[in-house]
Write a protein that binds this ligand. Structure first.
Ligand code: ATP
Length: 597
């Protein structure tokens, strides 16, 4: 996998560096989050979101009920009120049933919201990725790595609405925690006295209950400590995501090139490379493990201590006969709930950090999709003068970094002419064809194309869509647009008659057919579509001399009036053309081929 052109981008997406102003990133995160809620699916979005929030508040309500129940239950036991026992057990079962209902409803709503949101956002990204050939431009300029993974994985993580996960889940959780903190703070007020702090001979009395103040101090202290302990964990998690993505991309690269690797017997090298990539994951894993142990130990100590602090504060009051046993238990529960609600930030801190890394990667994808590179070469389809198929004027082809590649002052391809483009490797032949197809914007000048007929570009390596062989031949039409007899006759004509019976079989034809056979599939496609302008980029490079000649003869016989521009390295094939464009040293020379075959 070639590294992305933009190294800063790699560092940013790994969460290692923030290269963009915080305001811009916040604005992006806000737009990304809210976009779905103002989309055409807004009614369902808001309904599900409101339900989700309501269910979260319902959850808080059940915990408050449980707290009341605890108080009554332990008081009734202390006072040996056996008559209340069955009723209180029944009440407990009712509250538990309510809690189960809340969990079920929460799952139902959050899962539905997640997939609807993901579905909408995936469509939105897909539309933009395919628009204006951005998917091609991103690869051409290697703007970012793994856009596929961003569209699949990062959007999935971003839209997964669960507590402590997506920004929406975190926000709803925050609202629930505030409600919970207020409710349990109120319960605590009922059991605790005011906090008196002796300072320099004065006794400062803080209103609102000692339990509340202890909880606030404890949470503040705990949050600072846990955040500090958690920093290495967050860093490691971000790196983990990046290393995993690299490893996966490297595996795909080996899979795609398996044949060459097997031929050249470089398995050991490849294995070494992959293991080196995996070693990053392994090394990071150990660091992550230690960071996780530190964080888990810190959080566990924090939570355990949280449950005993209220006992130290309330049990003396119980011994002094100021409060009941039920109040001790209820205030202990309330203290824990209150402190946990206040500790919300500590709980969601790792999830929040992962979301930030996620959003950074989506921002890089957005930036690459939205970036508008000034188009140097004007592409004017359908604007060539009558009788002219391709009209190139003052063309200067440049590489993406601005280096000049080829200058072509004037080149007119008239209807019916057959041009061969020749030049050494790297001279810019394919780039010139890309400019003709409107896919190369770097440079200056203009390319106007014919307003009539159908144009077709055949590259050296043909794209065969997934599906049947018939499907591959009919592309870009649908298989059902053409009858089987026509396709069978074409297969015979291009010397692939052996596959007539397989034409409906869905197989990995791209892997199965040899490069030469694939080029014959291209010929079948040409003969089926009969374009008036045919652009061939080394379309016979994998064929033997006899089959290559058959290719050009078949095209000429079927479409004698077609305009053809082809790149070939074989001088014998030049004989099938009427004109020659010779590229040399960054310049082009046009000439006639006298003995046009
Ligand atoms: N996407 C790209 N980014 C950067 N450089 C590129 C890109 N595409 C092509 N080039 C460069 O432009 C030059 C011309 O490439 P091109 O593919 O047009 O050559 P060619 O004449 O078709 O070569 P060949 O006969 O080997 O196929 C090469 O040096 C190549 O590295």
């Amino acid at each position: 996998m070639p590294p992305p052109a933009n190294v800063e981008e790699t560092r940013r997406e790994a969460g290692l560096r923030t290269t963009q102003p915080a305001r811009e990133r916040f604005a992006h995160a806000w737009r990304l989050t809210t976009r779905y809620y103002v989309s055409e699916d807004w009614k369902a979005a808001w309904l599900l979101l409101i339900l989700y929030a309501a269910i979260s508040f319902g959850g808080v309500y059940t915990f408050i009920q449980l707290n009341h129940w605890q108080r009554e239950f332990f008081d009734s036991i202390e006072q040996r009120q056996s008559s209340l026992f069955v009723t209180l057990i029944f009440t407990f079962l009712m509250i538990s049933a309510l809690q189960v209902g809340v969990i079920v409803a929460n799952n139902l709503v959050s899962w539905t919201l997640s997939i609807r949101w993901r579905n909408w956002l995936t469509n939105w990204y897909m539309d933009r990725w395919f628009a204006r050939d951005r998917f091609y431009e991103i690869e051409r300029l290697r703007m970012i790595d793994n856009p596929d993974q961003r569209i699949a994985e990062d959007i999935k993580n971003f839209t997964l609405v669960t507590q402590g996960n997506s920004l929406v889940g975190i926000a709803v959780g925050l609202a629930g925690s505030l409600a919970s903190a207020i409710s349990f703070g109120y319960i605590l007020l009922q059991t605790s006295g005011s906090l008196v702090i002796p300072i320099a001979g004065y006794r400062i009395s803080l209103p609102g209950g000692d339990l509340i103040w202890f909880s606030i101090f404890y949470v503040l202290f705990g949050s600072v400590v846990i955040t500090w302990i958690g920093r290495p964990y967050i860093r490691r998690r971000m790196r983990e995501q990046h290393y995993e993505a690299d490893f996966r991309a490297n595996l795909i690269h080996v899979r795609r090139n398996s044949e060459q690797i097997a031929f050249s017997r470089t398995q050991d090298n490849e294995r070494g490379g992959l293991l080196a990539s995996f070693a990053n994951i392994r090394r990071n894993w150990y660091r992550l493990m230690w960071a996780n142990i530190g964080l888990s130990a810190g959080s566990s100590i924090y939570e355990r201590v949280m449950t005993v602090i209220p006992l130290f504060l309330t049990v003396p009051k119980f011994f002094a006969g100021q409060i009941s046993f039920g109040q001790v238990m209820a205030s202990r529960d309330a203290f824990t709930q209150f402190s946990s609600s206040l500790s919300y930030f500590v709980q969601v801190y790792p999830g929040l950090a992962e979301q930030i890394a996620n959003i950074n990667r989506l921002k890089a994808l957005d930036d690459s999709i939205d970036s508008e590179r000034p188009r140097g070469i004007a592409f004017r389809p359908g604007e060539a003068d009558e009788g002219i198929s391709i009209d190139v004027e003052k063309l200067e082809l440049r590489r993406p970094n601005g280096e000049p590649l080829l200058a072509l002052d004037e080149w007119k391809v008239r209807d019916g002419e057959r041009w061969v483009i020749e030049g050494s490797s790297g001279a810019g032949k394919t780039t010139l064809l890309r400019a003709i197809a409107g896919l190369w914007p770097d440079g200056a000048g203009s390319v106007a194309m014919t307003r009539h007929g159908v144009a077709m570009l055949v590259p050296q390596r043909l794209y065969l869509p997934l599906g049947s062989l018939k499907n591959a031949i009919c592309f870009p039409d649908r298989a059902e647009d053409h009858d089987d007899e026509t396709i069978a006759a074409l297969l015979e004509k291009v010397r692939l008659g052996a596959h007539v019976d397989d034409m409906h079989q869905v197989r990995m034809w791209q892997d199965e057919l040899s490069p030469g056979e694939q080029q014959r599939v291209a010929l079948a496609r040409i003969l089926l579509q009969r374009p008036t302008l045919l652009v061939l980029d080394e379309a016979t490079s994998a064929l033997d001399a006899d089959n290559a000649a058959h290719f050009y003869e078949a095209v000429r016989a079927a479409m004698p009036d077609a305009t053809i521009v082809s790149v070939v390295h074989n001088e014998k094939l030049a004989a099938y053309h009427t004109h020659r464009l010779q590229l040399h040293d960054g310049h082009a020379t046009a000439s006639m081929i006298e003995a046009g075959a």
